[in-house]
Design a protein around this ligand. Structure first.
Ligand code: NPQ
Ligand code: MG
Length: 373
C-alpha cells in the first residue's frame, strides 16, 4: 500500500479521577492520534493509531509533543520516500531512527488498522488471538489516605474487576498493601507497581511484602537496572515483573535469562508496536514466563488493540485492560464494558473493530495537522 495522507490530531480527555503514581499525577490526558489514509490494489482505507506517550517524560523519555514532532519531521517523510510498504514493514523502515517506540507504535497501529480493514481481518485474528473475552484487572492510583484507598478498591471489586493492582511509593507502601490484604482477604488477586521508585538497597524493606501473598511486584527499580532486579529477585519470594525495562523482545529474553523477572508486562507502545509486542509474547512463552497486558490510560482505540493482544495464549494473568468507565466519562469510541464475569469482549470487526465517534472526536480535539498531499 501507499500513504495518501496522514492526519495528526491532538485530543484532550479529562480522567474520571486523578491518577497518581510514584512519578506524578495526571488529571487530563493529552493524546496524539494518527489517522493514516492508504491506497492499494484492493482499495482505499483509513486506519487509526493512538500514541500512549504522556504529556511529560516521566514514565519514559518520550512525551507527546516530542512524539508528534518525530512523526511529522522524520517518520512520515521516510515512509513517503519508501513508496510501497506494508504494516509489517513500518517498524523495519523506521528502525533507522533510534528510540521513540511510542511514536513508532502509533504510526504502525494506524497503518495496520487500515491494512486489516481492507483485508477484512480483525486485529485479534491477525495477532493470533485464541480468546473471545479477556479477564480484566484494574490499576489503582496512590491515594491521600488508606481509607480512600480501601473505598476505591471496594468500588472496583463491586464493578467486577478480577484483579487489583496498587500503585506504591516509599513511605506508605507496606502499610497500605497490608490494609488492602486484611480488608479484602486472602482470595483477592493483588499485585503492586512501584514505577521504579526503589533502589536495590531497599531489598530488606520490600521483603515485608512477601508475607502479603502478592501475584507480583512490578518494576521496583529503574528501567536500566536489569542487574539490580536480578539481585532483588534472589532476595524476595514475591515474583518480579518488569514493565519499563522491557523495550523489545530481545531485551525481554535477556532479562529473563539473567533472572531479573519471572513475569512480564507487555505494552505495545513501550516496545515499538503491536507486532513487536507479539514477539515479546512469543519470547516469554518460549521461556515459560507468564505475561499480561499493561495499560497507558488509552482511549477506546488503544483499548481495542490491547484487548486483541491480551487474547493471545500466553496472556495468562488479568491485565490492566479495564473498562472505558475506569478512566472516562465519555470514551472516544463506543465504550468497552465489563461483563458480569469480570471479562471484556475482544473486538471482532476488521482492524481495530472500533472507530472514534465523530461527535466525541470533534468535541475533544485541540489541534489537527494534515500531512501531504
Ligand atoms: C504502568 N499504567 O503500568 C502504567 C503507568 C502510567 C495503568 O498503571 C497518564 C498516561 C498517566 C499514562 C500514569 C497503569 C499514566 C500513564 C501511569 C501510565 O506503569
Ligand atoms: Mg507499570
Amino acid at each position: 500500500m501507499k500513504l495518501r495522507g496522514v492526519e495528526l490530531r491532538r485530543i484532550s480527555m479529562p480522567l474520571v479521577r486523578p491518577f497518581r503514581t510514584s512519578f506524578g499525577v495526571e488529571t487530563t490526558r493529552d493524546i496524539l492520534l494518527v489517522r493514516a489514509e492508504t491506497t492499494g490494489p484492493d482499495g482505499d482505507a483509513e486506519g487509526w493509531g493512538e500514541c500512549v506517550a504522556m504529556a511529560e517524560p516521566r514514565y519514559s523519555p518520550e512525551y507527546v509533543d516530542g512524539a508528534q514532532h518525530v512523526i511529522e519531521h522524520f517518520f512520515l517523510p521516510l515512509l513517503r520516500a519508501t513508496g510501497e510498504f506494508t504494516a509489517a514493514g513500518v517498524a523495519p523502515a523506521l528502525a533507522v531512527f533510534e528510540g521513540h517506540p511510542m511514536a513508532k507504535a502509533a504510526v504502525e497501529m494506524a497503518v495496520l488498522d487500515a491494512e486489516l480493514r481492507v483485508a477484512g481481518v480483525s486485529l485479534a485474528d491477525h495477532l493470533g488471538a485464541v480468546k473471545e473475552r479477556v479477564p480484566s484487572g484494574v490499576s489503582v492510583g496512590i491515594t491521600d489516605s488508606t481509607e480512600t484507598l480501601l473505598a476505591q478498591v471496594a468500588g472496583y471489586l463491586d464493578d467486577g474487576y478480577l484483579r487489583i493492582k496498587l500503585k506504591i511509593e516509599p513511605g506508605t507502601d507496606v502499610e497500605r498493601v497490608r490494609a488492602v490484604r486484611q480488608c479484602f482477604g486472602a482470595d483477592l488477586l493483588l499485585q503492586v507497581d512501584a514505577n521504579a521508585a526503589y533502589s536495590v538497597d531497599d531489598a530488606d524493606h520490600l521483603r515485608a511484602l512477601d508475607e502479603l501473598d502478592l501475584l507480583l511486584i512490578e518494576q521496583p527499580l529503574p528501567p536500566d537496572d536489569v542487574a539490580g532486579h536480578a539481585v532483588l529477585a534472589a532476595q524476595l519470594t514475591t515474583p518480579i515483573c518488569l514493565d519499563e525495562s522491557i523495550t523489545s523482545a530481545a531485551i525481554a529474553g535477556d532479562a529473563i535469562a539473567r533472572g531479573a523477572c519471572s513475569i512480564v508486562n507487555i505494552k505495545a507502545g513501550r516496545v515499538g508496536g503491536y507486532l513487536e509486542a507479539v514477539r515479546v509474547h512469543d519470547t516469554c512463552v518460549a521461556a515459560d514466563v507468564p505475561v499480561w497486558c499493561g495499560g497507558m490510560l488509552e482511549t477506546g482505540l488503544g483499548r481495542a488493540a490491547n484487548l486483541a493482544l491480551a487474547a493471545l495464549p500466553g496472556f495468562t494473568l488479568p491485565g490492566d485492560t479495564s473498562a472505558s468507565a475506569r478512566y472516562w466519562e465519555t470514551d472516544l469510541t463506543e465504550p468497552f464494558e465489563l461483563g458480569a464475569d469480570g471479562h471484556i469482549a475482544v473486538p471482532t470487526g476488521p482492524g481495530l473493530g472500533v472507530v472514534p465517534l465523530p461527535d466525541v472526536l470533534a468535541s475533544v480535539t485541540t489541534s489537527t495537522t494534515r500531512w501531504f498531499p
